[in-house]
Design a binder for this molecule. Structure first.
Ligand code: SAH
Ligand code: SF4
Ligand code: F3S
Length: 448
């Protein structure tokens, strides 16, 4: 069917939402929707939202305010606009969104995207405002359409696992994404082959707890993530595999060994530690101690000595003392992460930690600044250690300067180099000549 209507999709939050937004676009294509970058031109606006911190959720409401004026202006011009809120805010707040925002026609949770097209057709036809936040993940994945055969980017995401049973005391994900569910191996393999056939060279396997993956294999047994990686690494054309996000508790021996044995598995691992203080970790319900985390890091580095590690840190968790915060700084100094994301604790409605006495905002701000300074120092040192080295870079897109491309190193750094556009989608040898705080610059070489 030719696209005669336009959809504008705006994505907030994690890579899982990026993946879901692509699938939403693919699901809407047979209903006659082509994508547009501009909300003003759209017959349908989808906000794919994130509920992880208060700021993320509030952004959605400020966007909806702007969309209300777009909708009114279009109506003046005789054009209809359907507004849909998808993602984790949709799941968490449901009908509250339609009550708070008159412009919203449809609220659709992350488990219901497979019939978003029908829901939109229904609200368009009847004028009903719909709220759909049911159904388990298994139904969704089975009912989503196959991925179309169109040229894709060099790197792509593939969701293999969704949901979480860990219930960290600060986190909304178990409530917004539901119980842990792993897709069957055969489905993932078929999708990966299709993506590789479309030109994808690097796949990042996604899951809220991706290393807890335990999907049904073709042999009728549950396969681990390591086994899935080994299977996907046999697909021709796929040159690189990554996975995120992992929980320290599920970092199994076979997955650690895969970092030693599987050349396509990139030497980068995002492994959130959250805090360096055992009392805080226990209050967070993380179920690991700081020393257990350090022992894990040692085992991973033994298997793959050059691995670059990344992490998430929360500062100002309820009750966090100066001494406990000092332990977080200490764990950063011990591991020396190649990169890290750090956040001020944000109380989330319905989560256990939200009811505890809170740390003042000014203290959270100060702690966040400290963490970010330490992380920036380590990141810069890691980038500097790469200067003079040769590494393989997957080129993904044109850079800002003429004749320049941007790619990724094995360690997930952005790398700039002079190269022709025909190199997009190729893994090439690059000698690193310089670095900035967040990227590397290099020149193509003949051999690594
Ligand atoms: N599944 C992943 C993380 C998902 S959320 C894991 O278990 O590690 C991504 C990050 O957001 C978390 O690692 C945490 O650092 C941060 N985060 C989650 N809830 C938060 C909250 N209420 N306040 C501040 N940061 C939060
Ligand atoms: Fe949230 Fe914890 Fe689950 Fe990660 S493991 S998604 S932080 S509850
Ligand atoms: Fe946000 Fe939901 Fe992802 S809360 S971080 S979009 S799983």
């Amino acid at each position: 069917m030719t696209a005669n209507k336009k959809v504008h999709i705006k994505t907030f939050g994690c890579q899982m939402n990026v993946y879901d937004s692509e699938r939403i676009a693919e699901t809407l294509a047979p209903h006659g929707y082509g994508e547009t970058e501009r909300g003003e031109d759209a017959d349908l606006i989808v906000l794919n939202t994130c509920h992880i911190r208060e700021k993320a959720a509030e952004k959605v409401y400020s966007d909806l305010g702007r969309i209300r004026s777009i909708k009114a202006a279009r109506r003046e011009a005789g054009l209809e606009t359907i507004v849909a809120v998808a993602g984790c805010v949709a799941q968490a707040e449901g009908a509250e969104i339609t009550r708070r925002e008159s412009s919203v026609d449809l609220v659709v949770g992350p488990q219901s995207y497979h019939h978003i097209g029908d829901l939109i057709a229904r609200t368009r036809r009847t004028g009903e405002r719909l709220v759909e936040t049911e159904f388990p993940s298994a139904t969704k994945f089975a009912a989503l359409p196959g991925r179309p055969s169109t040229k894709a980017a060099a790197a792509a995401f593939l969701t293999v696992q969704e949901g979480c049973d860990k219930f960290c005391s600060f986190c909304v994900v178990p409530y917004t994404r539901g119980a842990e569910y792993s897709r069957p191996v055969a489905d993932i393999e078929a999708e990966a082959r299709r993506l590789a056939g479309n030109g994808v060279r690097e796949l990042t396997l996604l899951g809220q707890n991706v290393n807890a993956y335990h999907g049904a294999g073709p042999d009728g047994r549950d396969w681990s993530l390591a086994r899935l990686i080994s299977c996907l690494s046999k697909i021709d054309g796929l040159q690189r595999l990554r996975y995120t996000t992992s929980h320290p508790r599920d970092m199994s021996a076979d997955l650690i060994a895969a970092h030693r044995d599987e050349p396509k598995l990139m030497p980068f691992l995002h492994l959130p530690v959250q805090s360096g203080a055992d009392r805080v970790l226990a209050a967070m319900n993380r179920k690991h101690t700081c020393e257990e985390y350090m022992a894990l890091v040692a085992r991973i580095r033994e298997a793959r000595p050059d691995i670059a590690l990344s992490t998430d840190i929360i500062v100002g968790f309820p009750g966090e003392t100066e001494e406990e915060f000092g332990r977080t700084l200490a764990v950063l100094e011990r591991v020396r992460f190649a990169q890290a994301y750090s956040f001020k604790y944000s109380p989330r409605p319905g989560t256990p930690a939200a009811d505890k006495p809170q740390i003042p905002e000014a203290i959270k701000e100060e702690r966040l600044r400290c963490v970010q300074a330490v992380v920036a120092r380590h990141q810069a040192a890691f980038n500097e250690s790469c200067v003079g080295r040769r590494m393989q870079v997957l080129f993904e897109k044109p850079g800002r300067r003429a004749g320049q491309l941007i790619g990724r190193s094995p360690y997930l750094q952005s790398v700039h180099a002079q190269a022709t556009e025909s190199s997009i989608g190729s893994v090439l040898n690059v000698e690193i000549l310089a670095c900035g705080p967040n990227s590397l610059a290099g020149t193509l070489t003949v051999a690594a």
